[in-house]
Design a protein around this ligand. Structure first.
Ligand code: UD1
Length: 420
């Protein structure tokens, strides 16, 4: 298991560019299953979750090859329609193959994902949505079996109880090959959903409404291969903006659309940062102590839950108290206990975290509890006095390419070590 060792107190300056969005790339890979051909996806980050999705696709008989940042996905001959437990347990996003498999093959078996480090994360909306499209879904022995009716899925009207990212994606992919029109209401509006819809459209799907709260899809008989570039990773970008704020900057983060981070940028300005936005980049600089700012996570365009942990690190050294409210996941404060080991003053009350800013953090051995929590602990190490060792770095590897190297290039005193 590798660790990241950070010695705090260095000023960060320079430029860092982000890769394609993890949360888009994984779904684009699943969407490639819909066409009996070879699709090419550019700008795919070299991260562990992409490897896991490639394994899932390989298990189904799909050939996935990487040349630099391009993935070529040949889904012309499939040999199976099952995503087994070992893979789904490793990465919940494996569930994204469900919709494409039922749509193209008329059946799918996907292991039930179960809970994870940030909450119980049910998939009831995925299931109910597919049932609306005519699929018969049964659960047993830890797996979910979905079977389309004779002749394939049938278009229908579906209203989601909550704008779930995963359910929206599964249902829109399933509906592309269903007979007739499907209208999905109360859908998620994340930039990664818009990216998925654009990819599906380039494959020949007929979809309207991306970025609004309803998607209308008219099913087609077959989709064809397409080429697409993954949208820039707004969460990776946001993480480096917080790093830049903690390290005073100026730090320029490029390779993403700053409009996708509107609220995060607005909150950083409230904290006292100067942020200049130009084209596909944003530059942060900061001087002084962060002002306390309350945040509450919400579906896009609200404040992203995937930036909550990084923001808590920033608030842990603010000049006053702030309230962080997590509305998307029920249990996403796990890492706060580790941050407290570094001297942060945090009280958790249900889905609120009451953070009383302290003057400094102190370096300590800590453990990544999940992807974003792990990144937030490394950020804390950047400003802590002394040395911080962040263990269980495999969580961070799931979503950040060369995290330690990129921070080192900005001037951080950071290294990755292998522990045997
Ligand atoms: C995706 C992102 C994740 C991000 C999240 C919210 C990927 C790989 N992951 O996760 O990084 O934090 O969106 O922006 O893209 N829910 C149900 N029933 C369902 C589906 C969801 O109750 O059928 C609940 C979940 O338990 C959770 C909430 O809805 O509390 C949001 O989940 P969802 O939007 O589906 O997130 P994911 O797609 O899992």
């Amino acid at each position: 298991m590798d660790s990241i060792i950070v010695r705090g107190g260095r000023q960060l300056t320079g430029e860092v560019s982000v890769g394609g969005a993890k949360n888009s790339a994984l779904k684009l890979m699943a969407a490639a299953l819909l066409a009996p051909a070879t699709s090419h996806i550019d700008g795919v980050p070299d991260i562990a979750d992409v490897d896991t999705m490639a394994e899932v696709l390989g298990y189904l008989g799909v050939r996935v090859s990487r040349q630099g940042q391009r993935l070529s996905i040949d889904a012309s001959r499939l040999t199976g329609c099952e995503a087994p437990y070992e893979m789904v347990a490793k990465m919940r996003a494996s569930i994204a193959v469900l919709g494409p498999l039922v749509a193209r093959f008329g059946r799918a078996r996907v292991a039930m994902p179960g809970g994870c480090a940030i909450g119980s994360r049910k998939i009831d909306m995925h299931i109910r949505g597919l049932e609306h499209l005519g699929a018969k879904v049964t659960l047993g022995h830890g797996s979910l079996d979905a079977v389309a009716p004779e002749g394939g899925l049938v278009g229908a009207e579906v209203t989601l109880e909550f704008p779930s990212v995963g359910a929206t994606e599964n249902l829109v992919m399933a509906a592309t090959l269903a007979r007739g029109r499907t209208v999905i209401d109360n859908v998620a509006r994340e930039p990664e959903i818009i990216d998925l819809v654009r990819f599906l459209r380039s494959m020949g799907a007929q979809i309207e409404g991306e970025g609004t709260s309803a998607l209308s899809i008219v099913g087609v008989r077959e989709l064809h291969a397409a080429k697409h570039r993954v949208v820039g990773d707004r969460i990776e970008a946001g993480t480096y903006l917080v790093a830049g704020a903690l390290g005073l900057g100026p730090v320029t983060v490029s390779g993403f659309d700053p409009a996708h981070l509107d609220l995060v940028i607005a909150k950083l300005r409230e904290v006292g940062c100067t942020i200049e936005v130009a084209g596909d980049s944003a530059t942060v600089s900061f001087d002084g102590r962060p002002r306390p700012v309350d945040i509450q996570t919400l579906p896009h365009p609200g404040f992203p839950t995937d930036m909550q942990a990084q923001f808590m690190t920033l608030m842990s050294v603010a000049g006053g108290g702030s309230i962080i409210t997590e509305n998307v996941f029920e249990n996403r404060f796990m890492f706060a206990g580790e941050l407290a080991r570094m001297g942060a003053d945090i009280r958790i009350e249900g889905h609120h975290a009451l953070v009383k800013g302290v003057t400094h953090l102190s370096g300590a051995p800590v453990r990544s509890t999940d992807l974003r929590g792990g990144a937030a602990l490394v950020l804390a190490g950047l400003i802590a006095q002394g040395e911080t060792t962040v263990r269980d770095v495999h969580h961070i590897d799931r979503g950040y390419e060369c995290f330690a190297d990129k921070l080192a290039a900005l001037g951080a005193d950071i290294e990755r070590v292998s522990c045997t």
